[in-house]
Design a protein around this ligand. Structure first.
Ligand code: TRP
Length: 450
């Protein structure tokens, strides 16, 4: 009813476009910095491998089986398993989580848009870490500018979703994602030559467990869901448009690996610069990318050009992710038969826009915290989605596919009738991922609130 991606590759591109975004380039480096580096990265990688990718297969599988929006896909799959429609709650929570995420996501994407112009104007040429911090702090005070770019980004997102995801972003992502990869590689080269690469590398890969707390582990788990666009139906909705032929498992693994590589390269590009520039701290918080990369661009030949181009690409990466945040809700509204795609998209974008306005104008309660650029609303939305709703959604999806879907259906969707790895995957989805999520969720929340 919503159309099918033209090929397995279009699905890979769209899913990678959804997965690779601000989560990789902006969020991963700064939360790694705030949580002490190495051990956090290791936990994150374990979560990707043992929880993220297996559950992503489960989520895509439900979508491709039912070929409907997540809410209705869950009803369909529940019917097939003779279970109550209450399972559709996964879809409902997902629509809500998507709206909550895009509210702050769009504001941060707006920062990237502003930085295209800041970079192009030559502001960063020869800039020090300290002045770059000042530029960023000043910018966050101009609420009108924040609002302008947030609004523009929401209109961009609305435009693509209204046009149908297939025709819009598939094509854009195909060309521009590779360019983003190349740009990150370039920054990496700069970081190797001019940065303190060994310190940056050690920070990311020296596994010192003494710094790790349960709430840090929960952040790593939550980020594994966030960065793979998992646990709220985005990837289920994309799976619904996936062609029936082609290996689901290989496709999902490709997406997961690409996403992880981008995050690690972003970290390797950012931290050596942080350690080489006086006045920069890895724990600088949400401003980390907006402070350290300007220092790098400011110190390299053609930095004005590369800097502007880089923030164009970050904007595009955010754009191809943002569309997947409202697609589940939009698809559901269309299926209800009462709305056209355009109306459904406008409605949900309007709600998301208001959420962003709340983020921008709520008091900066956390201002005195180091790097405390997040308002209370901002931080709460991020926490509730990444660290509660996405893991919970993922847990329920794993339990559903692992325990309740008929084995024959699961096997045929995975094309895994005889595959030796099938039983291992099933064990992971039945036992390992759910147990890990439950333990981390409980221990992390208890520690955070005790
Ligand atoms: N994965 C994207 C990023 O890393 C963000 C994103 C898009 C997302 N769709 C999602 C996060 C669905 C959670 C759920 O930037």
């Amino acid at each position: 009813m919503h159309g099918v991606w033209s090929s397995r590759w279009t699905f890979i591109l769209a899913a990678t476009g959804s997965a690779v975004g601000l989560g990789n380039i902006w969020k991963f480096p700064y939360i790694t910095g705030e949580n002490g580096g190495g051990a956090f990265v290791l936990v994150y990688l374990v979560c990707i491998a043992l929880v993220g990718i297996p559950i992503m297969m489960a989520e895509v599988l439900i979508g491709r089986r039912a070929r409907m929006s997540p809410i209705n896909a869950m009803k369909y799959a529940a019917d097939e398993a003779a279970l109550p429609h209450a399972w559709a709650a996964i879809g409902w929570m997902g629509v809500l989580a998507g709206l909550m995420i895009i509210s702050f996501y769009s504001v941060v994407a707006g920062w990237a848009i502003q930085y295209i112009f800041t970079a192009a104007s030559g502001t960063f040429t020869g800039i020090t870490g300290e002045s770059a911090g000042g530029v960023f702090a000043n910018f966050l005070q101009s609420k009108g500018t924040l609002l302008l770019w947030h609004s523009l980004f929401m209109v961009m997102t609305l435009g693509v979703v209204a046009a149908g995801v297939t025709r819009g972003l598939g094509a854009v992502a195909r060309v521009l994602m590779p360019v983003l990869f190349v740009m990150l590689a370039l920054l990496l080269v700069y970081a190797v030559i001019k940065g303190n690469f060994s310190a940056g590398f050690a920070f990311l890969f020296d596994f010192k467990f003494d710094k790790l707390t349960w709430s840090g582990v929960l952040k790593a788990l939550g980020h594994a869901f966030f960065t793979l666009s998992l646990g709220m139906g985005a990837i289920m909705a994309y799976g619904a448009y996936m062609p029936a032929q082609g290996s689901l498992a290989k496709t999902v693994i490709t997406v997961g690996v690409l996403d992880t590589v981008v995050a690690l390269v972003a970290g390797l590009a950012i931290f050596p610069i942080v350690f080489a520039a006086p006045g920069l701290e890895p724990s600088a918080g949400p401003g980390l990318m907006f402070i350290s990369l300007p220092v790098a661009f400011g110190g390299m030949p053609f930095g004005v050009l590369f800097g502007a181009l880089f923030f164009v690409l970050v904007t595009i990466a955010a754009w191809s992710s943002a569309v997947s945040l409202i697609e589940p809700g939009v698809a559901w509204l269309i299926e209800s038969g009462k709305f056209s795609r355009a109306t459904a998209t406008s409605l949900l974008s309007g709600v998301a826009w208001l959420g962003g306005v709340a983020c921008i104008y709520s008091n900066n309660w956390l201002e005195d915290k180091p790097g405390g650029v997040f308002s209370f609303v901002f931080e709460s939305l991020d926490f509730l989605t990444s660290q509660v709703m996405l893991p919970l959604g993922g847990l329920l999806i794993a339990l559903f596919v692992g325990w309740f879907m008929r084995r024959a259906i699961v096997q045929s969707e995975l094309d895994a009738e005889e595959h030796p790895l099938f039983d291992i995957w099933l064990f992971v989805v039945r036992w390992l991922s759910p147990l890990l999520v439950i333990i981390v969720l409980i221990a992390g929340l208890v520690e955070k609130f005790q």
